[in-house]
Design a protein around this ligand. Structure first.
Ligand code: PLP
Length: 402
């Protein structure tokens, strides 16, 4: 790390809680898929704020929406009706036909927290308080609140925070028989990511979501889809569950929803959504005019041809990454649309990430052998090709694993 990057890092390490493992780069500015660090080095940003900057950095339509809203009204709370919030709910429900109620919050964890609380309350209101168990998948990730780390399937995020929330059961992702066994008379909901993002971009096996829908319907259990990472066009359709042709009872969204402005949402069917009764749940900032104005602009851009374009460039990017296998250091490429993982072999993902960064490409190493790529949906073919070129160079230069 040099100069300004290093100075920022030193100050950060003195004053911030040490919970993040930061790379030695301080991002000072962004435009489109490109960012510049505090020393003026330029990068292609293929992490995108962890699958958030769905239209890249400082997209003019989003900047305009934010500026206009900032001059109108910033925040009023849900003690009053918020026109922009109503507009956003209408726009989201219009493109999500199975849903007819929306609740807004500020992040993915909060959207999931609301989803899980509502699942329990639904059964409670129906006279079945014994139906309170949340069934979830091993290795899944649903956020960092106590309820969502308990529901998430990764032990490392729970350690030291015990006692955890009771009433949570884990099953193997993709195992229909295990799910069937877990959905007994105490199960309230099954929560699942269509593609497990944080644990390495692992798509649900063919037929799994359909089987989960069938089983949950038969057993009176709510199907909760966590589309925090996969939603808002990330996989080439607005919601990833559209590929599977299933509809959930509840769904969470965040990340790409605000394109970089913090906002989360819970979408619900009419039958379930009405159980979030007056006073039962809330959020001071939820559905704040600034976040809603930006999310409306994101949605308008996605509907205006960006999704179609992302499918084309996403396919080109994937094909380019698959060609890297010829170099002998790529085992496979998985994921969908603009949420992809390159599984490496013979080299460490962290080393490749470091080498890519030195060559002007930001990607994210997950575990020992996965690199996650989540570029913006409006990526150009030339930018996709350049990223593949830089990754190829980083792969070739990485030290062999001993
Ligand atoms: N759910 C999924 C699938 C996620 O990938 C994430 C974040 O990575 C979350 C929930 C939590 O979102 P947030 O960090 O906005 O609370």
């Amino acid at each position: 790390m040099t100069g300004n990057n290093e100075a920022v890092a030193k100050r950060a390490q003195k004053v911030l809680t040490p919970n993040y493992r930061q790379q030695p780069v301080a991002i000072a500015r962004g435009e489109g898929v490109r960012v510049w660090d505090a020393d003026g080095n330029e990068y292609l940003d293929f992490l995108g704020g962890v699958a958030v900057n769905v239209l890249g950095h400082c997209h003019p339509a989003l900047v305009k929406a934010l500026e206009e809203q900032a001059r109108t009204v910033w925040h009023v709370s849900n003690h009053y009706f918020i026109p922009r919030q109503v507009e956003l709910a209408e726009a989201l429900l219009e493109v999500t036909p199975w849903a007819s109620r929306a609740f807004f919050c500020n992040s993915g964890a909060e959207a999931n927290e609301a989803m899980l609380k509502l699942a329990r309350k639904y059964h409670h209101d129906l006279g079945h308080p014994e139906r309170n168990v949340i069934v979830s998948c091993d290795d899944s990730f649903h956020g960092r609140s106590l309820f969502t780390v308990t529901v998430g399937g990764q032990e490392k995020y729970r350690q030291g925070f015990e006692p955890l929330v009771p009433g949570v059961r884990h099953v193997k992702f993709g195992d229909v028989a295990a799910l069937e066994a877990a959905l007994d008379g105490t199960a309230a909901a099954f929560i699942v990511e269509p593609i497990m993002g944080e644990s390495g971009v692992i798509p649900a096996p063919e037929g799994y979501l359909q089987a989960a829908r069938e089983l949950t319907r038969q057993r009176g259990v709510l199907l909760c889809l966590d589309e925090v990472q996969t939603g808002m066009g990330r996989t080439g359709r607005l919601w990833a569950h559209e590929w599977a042709g299933v509809t959930p009872d509840l769904m969470s969204s965040a990340k790409s929803l605000g394109g970089g402005f913090p906002i989360g949402a819970l979408l619900a069917s009419e039958e379930v959504g009405q159980h979030l009764t007056p006073g039962s749940h809330g959020s001071t900032y939820g559905g704040n005019p600034l976040g809603c104005a930006v999310a409306l602009a994101v949605l308008a851009e996605l509907s205006g041809g960006v999704l179609e374009g992302s499918r084309e460039v996403g396919a080109r990017l994937r094909a380019g990454l698959e060609r890297l296998a010829a170099g002998g250091r790529v085992a496979s490429v998985r994921g969908r649309g603009m949420l992809l993982a390159v599984v490496v072999k013979g080299v460490s993902a962290a080393e490749v990430m470091k080498g890519a960064r030195a060559r002007g490409l930001l990607v994210n190493a997950i575990g020992d052998d996965v690199l996650r790529l989540a570029p913006p949906l409006n990526l150009t073919a030339a930018e996709a090709d350049l990223a593949v070129e830089r990754l190829a160079a980083a792969l070739a230069a990485a030290p062999a694993k001993s």
